[in-house]
Design a protein around this ligand. Structure first.
Ligand SMILES: [Zn+2]
Ligand SMILES: [Zn+2]
Length: 175
């Protein structure tokens, strides 16, 4: 008899999710791919942290939520320095090597970090946040314009034809 393997990560991969990188716009359909991406591209090794800090599943959830919240608030999650923009905060995190610098566990291992920063987070289940709302309001096609121009042309043609021309002439003579 072979017991089920007690590997809590295999479950995750069984469910298709859309995971989003903590540090950039990169998305992936599996958590594992995004973890690999974060490790390779940003040097953030969650698996390593998990092992090193002996994190439980829900602690990882909280850690991820904490990090995303801090970055969302333009703050370095490692040293709590505040910046004017998310991009600045991220640049600091990368440039200062604070990617793997975590504050005391008590800072982020808090009940409020059970809840994602974004409603539809992200690394945990969801889609990217909607910072780019402007893309949704692309100008409508100029389809109306040619029609309008055509109307004007027709109007000009009309102007030269008898009835309208007559009316305009008459009106002119009243002035
Ligand atoms: Zn990334
Ligand atoms: Zn920092």
């Amino acid at each position: 008899m072979v017991d089920d393997e007690d590997d809590d990560w295999s479950d995750w991969q069984a469910h298709p999710v859309c995971a989003v990188c903590l540090f950039c716009e990169q998305q992936s359909e599996t958590m594992d791919k995004i973890y690999t991406h974060m490790q390779n591209v940003h040097g953030f090794d969650l698996h390593g942290l998990r092992t090193e800090l002996n994190l439980k599943f829900y602690q990882q959830v909280k850690l991820v939520n904490y990090i995303r919240r801090e970055i969302h608030q333009c703050r370095c999650y490692g040293c709590q320095e505040r910046f004017v923009s998310k991009a600045e905060a991220l640049r600091h995190i990368m440039d200062s090597g604070h990617v793997m610098k975590l504050p005391q566990i008590s800072t982020w291992d808090q009940p409020q970090y059970f809840f994602p920063t974004y409603e539809n987070d992200a690394l945990l289940c969801g889609l990217p946040d909607s910072d780019s709302d402007s893309e949704g309001t692309a100008p409508r096609s100029g389809g109306d314009v040619p029609v309008f121009a055509e109307d004007m042309t027709n109007l000009r043609v009309l102007k030269q034809t008898s009835v309208l021309n007559q009316l305009l002439k008459n009106r002119g003579s009243y002035n």
